[in-house]
Design a protein around this ligand. Structure first.
Ligand SMILES: Cc1cc2nc3c(=O)[nH]c(=O)nc-3n(C[C@H](O)[C@H](O)[C@H](O)COP(=O)(O)OP(=O)(O)OC[C@H]3O[C@@H](n4cnc5c(N)ncnc54)[C@H](O)[C@@H]3O)c2cc1C
Length: 394
């Protein structure tokens, strides 16, 4: 097993339980660094509402089988078996009541009970395949993998690659999985940073400066996807859960649409009030955070009593409230992305076992595969489910 993150550890446990001899090679000094910081330190370990629709992949059906065989309920029973208290924060997202460390301890306990050997601070240099041992009768067994590391060479019948994506290098991320896939001639769907804040042009940032630090509920859409949650205006661009969600579907040059009044038809609302003395900013403060309403008016439409706006003026305000088009200049990239989308093409793998179709004994699981979850515990559920699938077969 290469990679001691969520997927690698889970697969190792499952394989160990089946009596397989498993060694996890992890180049960092300790396992599960992303688990430790996940969910703001409380690990959003699964989502009750997990369906294949919560995942982005070139083949949206690929994740179906693994997700069906290892469900959120299965992981919840494991968490409960270990007496870890948890709660639903919102939208089916389950978090530990205490520290994410409890999930790491749970995995370590399970791994130890399953006889899994974990070797940290072990950097894998390269993988080769040796000649198969000759069997009686002239037939030959599967060609073993030789995994060269800075602490020696490991020879194994199967090799599971669980090295994750490119997000956040200081937590151990490398491109090893993609390089190995390339070495074995596998197709890779070009990776991109996902669940990541947007950056904006200097000009737009200057305009939005007064809104910086304010968050508001909004519906954000792009490329046929829509998310309803908070957006946050930052000094570098846009963030907040709705923005992170839509970033996974965004492509450079494409605009995103922000509906600041997702429950209202802004034009109807403004027309109903068009004879009133109330100022635009005060009126909008009923629906938006007061500071946001004031700054937004200052930026777009200097606030005056509603009765002073012309019908055309009200229509322009309504348009901007319900359909604010923003073209991000880019994203914060892998240094801030919660996950890496794209990866090992699913067509190369069996959806039942995660085994590479044309390289017997080789498996890819977790984030390195072209299956990326939305925000909310789905990425860990994929790590557990894909790890479980490979763990039954390896
Ligand atoms: C800040 C942050 C918060 C997150 N919060 C959540 C959350 O709350 N809920 C959720 O579902 N998802 C969350 N995620 C996403 C989630 O952490 C990942 O999707 C998940 O960890 C992927 O599991 P993995 O095992 O595939 O990869 P990883 O967990 O990244 O594990 C890969 C492991 O491989 C090791 N490795 C890499 N290269 C080598 C090499 N050459 N040799 C040896 N070892 C190597 C790495 O050090 C690492 O330990 C978060 C991510 C981040 C960055």
């Amino acid at each position: 097993m290469i990679g001691g993150g969520a997927a690698g550890l889970f697969c190792a446990i499952e394989a160990g339980k089946r009596g397989r001899k498993v060694v996890v090679l992890e180049h960092a000094e300790r396992i599960g660094k992303k688990i430790a910081i996940s969910g703001g330190g409380r690990c959003n370990f699964t989502n009750l509402n997990t369906t294949p629709d919560n995942f982005i992949s070139d083949n949206p059906r690929f994740c179906k089988s693994a997700l069906a065989r290892y469900t959120p309920a299965d992981f919840i029973s494991l968490v409960e078996k270990h007496g870890i208290a948890y709660h639903e924060k919102k939208l089916g997202q389950l978090f530990c009541d205490g520290s994410s460390q409890r999930i790491i301890e749970m995995l370590l306990t399970e791994a130890s009970e399953a006889g899994v050997e974990i070797r940290c601070s072990t950097t894998v240099g390269g993988v080769t395949r040796s000649e198969p041992p000759a069997l009686a009768g002239g037939s030959s067994a599967r060609r073993p993998f030789q995994v060269g590391t800075d602490t020696g060479t490991f020879v194994s019948e199967s090799l599971v690659v669980a090295t994750g994506g490119l997000s956040i290098a200081p937590l151990g991320a490398t491109d090893f999985g993609y390089r190995l896939a390339h070495q074995f001639g596998l197709t890779i769907r070009e990776p991109w940073p996902a669940l990541v804040p947007f950056t904006l042009s200097r000009e737009t940032l200057r305009e939005l400066a007064t809104l910086s630090g304010i968050s508001t509920d909004a519906a954000v859409s792009c490329q046929g996807q829509q998310f309803r949650e908070n957006i946050l205006i930052t000094h570098r661009g846009l963030s907040g859960p709705a923005i992170l969600q839509i970033s996974s579907y965004w492509r450079p040059g494409v605009s995103i649409n922000i509906n600041l009044l997702p429950d209202q038809d802004a034009l109807e609302l403004l027309r109903e009030q068009q004879s009133k003395e109330v100022t635009l900013a005060n009126f909008l403060s009923q629906f938006l955070p007061r500071r946001f309403a004031q700054a937004w008016c200052g930026l777009n439409f200097p606030s005056q009593p509603l009765k002073r706006y012309t019908p055309g003026g009200l229509a322009a305000i309504a348009q901007k409230l319900n359909n604010w088009e923003v073209v991000p200049s880019g994203t914060e990239g892998y240094k801030k992305a919660e996950v890496t989308a794209g990866g090992i093409a699913t067509g190369e793998l069996s959806s039942q076992t995660m085994a590479v179709r044309n390289v017997p004994g080789l498996y890819f699981i977790g984030e390195v595969v072209d299956v990326t979850g939305q925000l909310g515990g789905y990425n860990f559920q994929w790590a557990w489910a894909s790890g479980y699938a490979a763990g039954q077969s390896v």
